[in-house]
Design a protein around this ligand. Structure first.
Ligand SMILES: Cc1cc2nc3c(=O)[nH]c(=O)nc-3n(C[C@H](O)[C@H](O)[C@H](O)COP(=O)(O)OP(=O)(O)OC[C@H]3O[C@@H](n4cnc5c(N)ncnc54)[C@H](O)[C@@H]3O)c2cc1C
Length: 769
């Protein structure tokens, strides 16, 4: 078919090089040669016809094709499509179409075969090569520009390159697949704009063939040629003018903002090789935001766990996805939460193991000490090593368009980021939370640590006060104590971990006291003052005023959802700010704007990474695929990584009582479990709640060194609807601490052996003797 455009090849070059020639009418040399070229073809055909008797030969070929009946056009069509996909020039086949099938059927067959071949080649290139090319040229400004132009003016560019039959049409098919031109735009304009050229070639060939056969001069051809060329010239000229006008407008507009236009990345101290490596993954300094697509299936705000899972999942299913992050990809979990805290806890466990070694018969030479700067360097190294999972590059490779900057709604279906506007069919708010700063006079002036700054320490605080006895406060208090700090934990309730099972919390509390953590319970800080030697915390405890001097204060007193600054009113999304519930969602995690969903800490009652992940999966189904998944149907386990760990799933006793659900508890102390005895880890238990009179598991609490690993077994049973009795039948390797779960199942099964049932069994066995 057509050998596409000349003028448009030059237009393409201009586009790639910049709008320098915009507005000027530069006649391409190819356009001047085109009529001469066609004339030369016609004269050549006429001479060949005379010299070689081409008329008779073509006539014989046509007779043969016609003798094939319906198969003739089909074979020709198939050959044409195959030639197009194989990038073999198709103009000879187009001419043959005119000769073999006449003007009408020649145009129909060649136009549609060429369009189908072009579509297939486009799809091959788009699905196999576009991603790699985008990655390869991600920082190439010319490519970015071409990408933007094809996204915005795809129709005009395709039209231009199709109308002028010079640039190889079969290469263009693959070339366009590498750009952002939408498929249907490409298909429509390819079909439409190949029509004039196809008519030109096919009708021309048919007319020449007819004239040659009759030995006449092809006046019809000359007329058709003149008409088609006139139409073509007008069309090309208009399309070029439009494109140039748009280019001028684009050139006058402010340039696409780079990441520098967005709020600065948080300080990642210290500035060492590990933090540099982390930044290179989760907020590359040279990053430039892409040009937004005309509309996205899904725009995700926040690249913490919830946002990343949403974006990757949706892009993996073929959705057009944009992901916006104002700070670091990976959010709290990677940068300031789970990952650094667990690295710190591992070091603290190593320190504790050395201290406890003597109890296991291991002599540790004196002088063994914690090298705190090394502990923190290990933390930073491992965090950087893990960070590639959440990197900008990885998400780009997954097909997600990453925008760095603060997101702000402009309307019910538009979001602004770094000066660009993104339109969406669906959006997800996954902006997470932040540490609450308690309103204690003098706290801000004295200075304090939070989870966002504590992992940047390079020197151990000799005296540390931890404010808050929830999971974060408890984990970090024990870790710092084991690493050598003198730690005081101040908590407003009468026991630490007040959301957990009281017996579980009591075990951890005892361990804290044994390890030398000072506990200030039922305590309220009143003010903070500074002295030459440290920070003095003035507090009330059980009605008594008291004070304590420390070097640092670590605040772990709750989290607040990140809802401010999103301009949620413009999107019609209801929320509670401050320490409130955050974004208000229904059971399907949909907000008051039906096209906007929320996931993760910004809207959920429990704040865990695995829950943010589960919520994101639920949102993908509900938002993109008419899913009806309910948050309330999830079975949610969690774990606090103190030593021993406290893990929980489902209902606790307090909740069951509050809900009026009758229950039974089944408890196996670890002091009765062989492996726990051998490990010297008997302070713990497995407690499982069942619905009274049934085996249905309502919930469980496990206190053990690796309770977080063990709780998954009970969570699996609950999710699969297995009763406690069934767990007794699961063979566990001996000796493991997880055997305690099976033994809890045994307790339940034995309870079913009532005296009456036991009597009947005894009689049956006596009869069998
Ligand atoms: C010290 C600590 C330890 C933890 N340990 C564990 C653990 O062991 N296990 C566990 O399951 N959970 C743990 N958590 C909780 C866990 O980190 C969170 O539940 C999880 O990170 C929530 O993910 P998210 O995606 O909802 O929010 P986040 O991870 O907070 O991500 C939200 C993202 O949105 C971005 N954002 C906010 N506003 C905007 C905006 N307007 N525009 C663009 N971007 C925006 C933020 O910069 C952030 O990157 C811990 C938390 C802390 C603080």
């Amino acid at each position: 078919m057509l050998n596409a455009t000349s003028k448009d090849a030059s237009a393409d070059r201009q586009l790639a090089a910049g709008p320098t020639g915009a507005g000027s009418e530069v006649a391409s040399p190819a356009s001047r040669w085109r009529p001469l070229l066609l004339a030369a073809v016609i004269i050549g055909l006429l001479i060949m016809a005379r010299v070689f008797g081409l008329g008779e030969r073509l006539g014989a070929l046509r007779d043969w094709i016609q003798s094939l009946g319906a198969w003739g056009p089909l074979v020709f069509f198939g050959l044409y499509v195959a030639a197009a996909v194989a990038a073999i020039p198709g103009s000879a086949l187009t001419v043959a179409g005119g000769v073999l099938f006449g003007s009408f059927w020649g145009v129909i067959l060649t136009l549609h075969a060429a369009t189908l071949g072009a579509a297939l080649a486009f799809l091959v290139s788009r699905s196999l090569a576009r991603e790699a090319v985008v990655r390869w040229l991600s920082q190439n400004r010319n490519f970015q520009r071409l990408d933007r132009l094809t996204a915005e003016h795809g129709a005009i560019i395709v039209a231009l390159t199709r109308l002028v039959p010079i640039f190889p049409y079969n290469l263009l098919n693959y070339g366009f697949g590498l750009t952002k031109v939408p498929f249907w735009t490409y298909l429509l304009w390819t079909w439409l704009c190949m029509l004039p050229g196809t008519v030109l070639y096919v009708v021309g060939a048919d007319a020449v063939f007819q004239a040659v056969a009759r030995g006449e001069v092809p006046w019809t051809l000359v007329g058709v040629l003149a008409a088609v060329l006139a139409v073509l010239t007008v069309l090309v000229r208009q399309a070029r003018q439009q494109l140039q006008q748009k280019e001028l407008a684009a050139a006058a507009a402010p340039p696409s903002p780079a990441v520098a236009a967005s709020p600065a990345a948080p300080e990642l101290a210290p500035q060492d090789e590990y933090n540099e490596a982390l930044l290179a993954q989760v907020r590359p300094r040279s990053w430039r935001n892409p040009t937004p697509a005309s509309r996205y299936n899904l725009v995700v705000i926040g690249a913490g766990t919830a946002g990343l899972v949403c974006a990757a999942g949706a892009a993996g299913l073929g959705a057009k996805v944009a992901l916006i992050e104002r700070r670091l990809l990976g959010g709290d979990c990677l940068n300031f939460g789970c990952v650094p805290s667990k690295a710190l806890i591992r070091s603290s466990r190593a320190a504790a193991a050395v201290r406890e070694a003597l109890a296991f018969g291991v002599q540790v030479p004196p002088g063994v000490a914690v090298d705190f700067p090394q502990v923190m360097a290990r933390l930073r190294r491992l965090r950087a090593e893990i960070s590639h999972h959440d990197s900008v590059q990885r998400f780009q490779e997954l097909g997600v368009e990453v925008f760095l900057g603060e997101a702000r709604f402009r309307g019910p279906d538009t979001i602004e980021v770094a000066g660009q506007t993104l339109r969406f069919a669906k959006a997800v708010i996954a902006t997470g939370g932040r540490p609450v700063q308690p309103a204690i006079p003098g706290l801000a002036e004295a200075g304090f640590l939070t989870n966002e700054t504590v992992f940047a320490l390079t020197e151990r605080p000799p005296r540390l006060l931890v404010l808050g006895g929830g999971p974060i406060g408890c984990e970090l208090a024990q870790a710092f104590r084991r690493l050598g700090s003198q730690v005081t934990l101040l908590h407003k309730y009468d026991r630490i971990m007040n959301r957990e099972d009281p017996e579980a919390a009591a075990l951890v509390q005892n361990r804290f006291l044994q390890e030398g953590i000072q506990l200030l319970l039922n305590a309220t800080p009143r003010r903070i003052s500074r002295t030459a030697t440290g920070k003095v915390v003035h507090y009330d405890c059980a009605g008594q005023a008291a004070e304590i001097e420390v070097d640092d204060i670590l605040v772990g007193a709750g989290r607040a959802p990140n809802v401010e600054g999103l301009n949620l009113g413009a999107a019609g999304v209801q929320y509670e700010g401050g320490k409130g519930r955050g974004i208000l969602v229904n059971d399907r995690l949909q907000t008051s704007n039906p096209r906007i969903y929320a996931a993760g800490d910004v809207c959920l009652p429990y704040q865990f990474t695995h829950l943010a992940d589960a919520a994101a999966r639920l949102v993908i189904q509900n938002a993109l695929f008419f899913g009806r998944k309910k948050f309330s149907a999830l079975t949610i386990p969690w774990c606090t990584y103190t030593d021993p760990e406290v893990a929980h799933v489902g209902l606790g006793e307090t909740e069951a009582r509050k809900k009026g659900i009758p229950y039974q508890t089944w408890i196996k102390p670890l002091s009765e479990v062989d492996r726990a005895i051998l490990d010297g880890e008997t302070a713990g238990f497995v407690k499982i709640l069942t619905k009274a009179g049934t085996a249905k598991i309502l919930g469980a609490t496990i206190v053990a060194r690796h309770a977080g690993e063990m709780i998954s077994e009970v969570a699996t049973a609950m999710a699969a609807g297995l009763g406690l009795g069934a767990l007794a039948g699961v063979i566990h390797p001996y000796p493991t601490q997880a055997e305690a779960i099976r033994q809890t199942g045994d307790l339940y099964n034995r309870s079913r052996l009532t005296p009456t049932l036991k009597g009947w069994l005894s009689r049956y066995l006596a009869w069998r003797r």
